[in-house]
Ligand binder design. Structure first.
Ligand SMILES: [Zn+2]
Length: 411
């Protein structure tokens, strides 16, 4: 298993598809990068459906082994991290050179790996969650009203894969229950019904998830969580499990200093190489399910920044008030463009970053205030955050340095 992790790390660096360098890219850009890679003899490529706007949805197959594994990414159009990782995996699996050929050959003999990178190309075009009809495809697994959902269901029915990987991204404002850190990776072996028992396909899914828990926790300690397992009768992960495919959900969250999710892309590569190896070799059966069970939950929703305990000075508004400020970034991954979310007693709020303001004074920029017809000023709800932190209530009192993410952009 350690071998596969080492290979995965190497692949993430050496076979990174350079044409896909940031997390927003179109179907045309993706396939311009993938076409030469999947033309290699290692692969079979098939159009398995078309999006509402007619974009081809393609499946790329590697290997001819007895165990079929189906991986699909970007069912939500703005969740592209795993698509980048699948591109890198394809670059490696089709590589005719000698690098890690032994593992590639073994996977090809043990597995039939079917990848659908970018299941929702129209959503990717607009970088939105839903498809072009405005439908969340992951709530269409039962009704199958959308062509994207029908494509995935038809593929599952024709392949009857033993294993499935449902590859998503989650928000940047979710913390692990235990460490209180931002969740980098969340894992789930979805329930197949309301009872949420570990039986049928879910047993193997839990073991694969346990292996993934160990591998990813070693990459990003304290930043791996378990996704809540309430049964959702309209979602693909849950229904795949019910239909008999042992399915694992991998959610890529956020890491510090990873605005384009390139580190998470690499971790997805490591995770998927190790999971394919574990499934192919059968070693996943020896995993300890407690490694998955014991993961902390995808737990507390956080605000991006809390300025705690300071007094806020309102020009012409009387005595300064002791108010906490909660701020969210318009660009949470890049931690740019903070905006006021809530003001008041926010003792119970949880933040990714906290600025201690006790004994200090917040001086609001004029842009955070609105003036009414009578000339009275009030705080502007949702205003972009623009303020200084000073040692006194007087406008000229000594300023205190703010962290870089609260320092306004130069423009
Ligand atoms: Zn998603």
């Amino acid at each position: 298993r350690g071998g596969a992790v080492a290979v995965g790390r190497r692949v993430a660096a050496s076979h990174r598809v350079a044409a896909i360098a940031a997390r927003r890219f179109t179907h045309a850009e993706l396939w311009a990068a993938l076409d030469p890679l999947v033309a290699r003899p290692a692969f079979r490529v098939a159009e398995v459906g078309r999006s509402m706007h007619g974009r081809p949805i393609r499946a790329v197959t590697y290997g001819a082994g007895p165990t079929t594994v189906l991986l699909w990414s970007q069912m939500h159009g703005d969740e592209s991290t795993a698509t980048m990782a699948l591109a890198d995996l394809l670059a490696w699996l089709g590589d005719p050179s000698d690098v890690d050929r032994a593992l590639r050959a073994r996977l090809a003999a043990e597995l039939t790996v079917v990848m659908v990178p970018m299941l929702n190309p129209d959503g990717a075009e607009y970088f939105q969650r839903e498809n072009a009809a405005g439908v969340d495809v992951n709530r269409d697994a039962a009704r199958l009203a959308t062509p994207e959902a029908r494509t995935l269901k038809a593929l599952r029915d024709s392949l009857r894969p033993a294993f499935g990987f449902n590859l998503h991204d989650q928000g940047a404002r979710i913390l692990t229950g235990r460490s209180g850190r931002q969740v980098g990776i969340a894992l789930l072996a979805p329930a197949a019904d309301e009872r949420r028992a570990y039986e049928g396909a879910r047993v193997a899914a839990r073991l694969v998830a346990a292996g993934l828990a160990r591998v990813t926790e070693a990459e990003i300690p304290g930043r791996v969580a378990k996704y809540e397992d309430d049964f959702n009768p309209r979602a693909f992960g849950d229904l795949m499990q019910r239909w008999g495919t042992s399915t694992v959900l991998i959610e890529s969250g956020a890491l510090p200093d990873d605005p384009e999710k390139q580190r998470l892309r690499a971790i997805n590569v490591v995770a998927l190489v190790s999971a394919l190896d574990a499934i192919g070799s059968g070693r996943y059966r020896a995993a300890d399910p407690r490694a998955y069970d014991a993961l902390p939950m995808n737990d507390r929703a956080a605000v991006d920044v809390l300025v705690r305990g300071a007094h806020v000075v309102f020009p012409g508004g009387g005595a300064p008030m002791r108010l906490d400020l909660a701020l969210n970034f318009d660009e949470p991954l890049a931690r740019r463009r903070p905006r006021l979310r809530e003001v008041g007693d926010l003792e119970t709020a949880v933040a990714i970053d906290t600025v201690e303001g006790a004994g200090l004074f917040v001086h609001l920029a004029p842009s955070m205030l609105e003036t009414d017809r009578a000339g009275a000023r009030r705080l502007r709800p949702g205003a972009p955050a623009a303020f200084t932190l000073r040692r006194g209530p007087a406008p000229g009192s000594e300023p205190v340095r703010l962290p870089p993410f609260l320092t306004p952009d130069p423009q």
